[in-house]
Design a protein around this ligand. Structure first.
Ligand SMILES: [Mg+2]
Length: 188
């Protein structure tokens, strides 16, 4: 008999504009700045039993602006910053292709969410996506997550203005901290 309580639940997070400030094509650790209260938000979600998983499109690699190694360095720097406050990203999934290149994982593809589901025994229907672009949310919808949340940080405000209709099925919050509060209230 399938017991759904044996499965994990996760928060699938976009990186740039959600956890760290959006700056075009970040690839140096000195350019990383955490969005205010993002660590606290992640810690809260983690304490509530969610795995934290980052799904990030990094077309700067495909464009030749920087390397996968640069992205790993930035990610491990972010991990270090979060760890200081007790939050931990279970895994970073990275799509290096440009929008014009063939890609299995580039959002809005749900492929990495399916990979994470299989790798960490995640119940996607009890998981959430938080992003600042429509493709982040579409990735979640394509994977069948419980709810996709748009934050107004990063490209979020622009996304909100340009996609009123498509965002009817989304939750919109000011930032990741408010998104975390929404999720935790929704879980009660
Ligand atoms: Mg983003």
């Amino acid at each position: 008999m399938k017991n759904s309580t044996n499965q994990n639940k996760a928060i699938f997070l976009d990186r740039d504009g959600v956890i760290i400030e959006e700056k075009n094509y970040i690839h140096k650790i000195e350019d990383v700045s955490l969005i205010p209260k993002s660590t606290a938000a992640l810690k809260k979600l983690q304490d509530a039993g969610f795995l934290l998983i980052v799904i990030t499109n990094q077309s700067g690699i495909g464009r030749g602006y920087f390397s996968m190694e640069d992205v790993h360095k930035v990610n491990s720097h972010i991990q270090d910053l979060l760890k200081k406050e007790g939050a931990y990203i279970k895994k970073f999934y990275i799509a290096p292709e440009t929008p014009d290149q063939q890609s299995r994982g580039r959002k809005p593809s749900p492929a990495f969410l399916f990979d994470a589901r299989d790798e960490f025994n995640i119940d996607l229907s009890n998981s959430y996506v938080i992003g600042d672009k429509l493709i982040d949310l579409e990735c979640g919808w394509n994977a069948g997550v419980k709810k996709a949340i748009l934050v107004r940080t990063g490209y979020g405000k622009k996304t909100e203005m340009e996609n009123q209709d498509k965002l009817k099925q989304a939750i919109i919050t000011d930032d990741i901290f408010e998104a975390a509060n929404w999720i935790l209230n929704n879980e009660e």
